[in-house]
Ligand binder design. Structure first.
Ligand SMILES: [Zn+2]
Length: 202
């Protein structure tokens, strides 16, 4: 018997589709699908319906690209938050990590990635044009760059700092300085170090 005859079709389909999620690949897909099948049918149902709902209701904010269930996210639509301070992050989870501190009162801009030439990601693939448009439109005073403290995050920050200095010399551009281990990811940084690095921006 050929392999296709013994391998269940629904399993093949599940693996094949999960594999396409960025960073998952064959191993990630295998881990997710086989482990999901180990939990009880009720738990499994909850996972699947939560994912279905998330996938149907969540989309990037029209203004800042933060993942939200509205047209314009709760942060951009809050009139108490200053649009003149923009904190630039790589992904939505980074913005929500900062938000958890409940300290920052400006808005965000999600780049939807970082510059990574080896993976073929160039500045044009990020939401930089929209960032420039927002800086211009809202007469922004400070842009706080909070990309991840690793090689790609640093390269992205340097690129943005240079670009913004050229385009908007009167706008203050600061880089969140991480007293963190090089290579750590913003999302998983503990709250205290994140708060410190946010206050020590320069
Ligand atoms: Zn928004």
């Amino acid at each position: 018997m050929a392999f296709e005859d013994v391998f269940p079709e629904p399993l093949r389909l599940a693996l094949e589709n999960v594999r396409k999620i960025p960073t998952y690949g064959e191993r990630g897909a295998s881990r997710l699908v086989y482990n999901l099948l180990k939990v009880s049918p009720e738990e499994r149902k909850k996972v699947v319906s939560a994912l279905t709902e998330a996938s149907e209701k969540l989309k990037p904010c029209k203004e800042c690209y933060l993942i939200t269930d509205r047209e314009v996210c709760a942060i951009c639509s809050d009139s108490k938050r200053s649009k003149r301070f923009i904190c630039v992050v790589e992904e939505s989870q980074d913005a929500y990590a900062i938000e958890r501190l409940e300290r920052y009162r400006g808005v965000y801009h999600v780049l939807r990635g970082r510059i990574a030439p080896l993976e073929g990601v160039s500045p044009q693939d990020l939401t930089i044009d929209k960032l420039l448009e927002r800086i211009e439109k809202n007469r922004v005073r400070e842009v706080i760059i909070a990309t991840n403290p690793n090689a790609e995050g640093e390269a992205t920050a340097n690129y943005l700092i240079k670009l913004l200095k050229d385009r908007f010399p009167s706008v203050k551009t600061t880089r969140v300085s991480y007293g963190l281990q090089f290579g750590s990811l913003l999302e998983f940084v503990d709250e205290l170090s994140l708060e410190k690095s946010f206050e020590n921006r320069k």
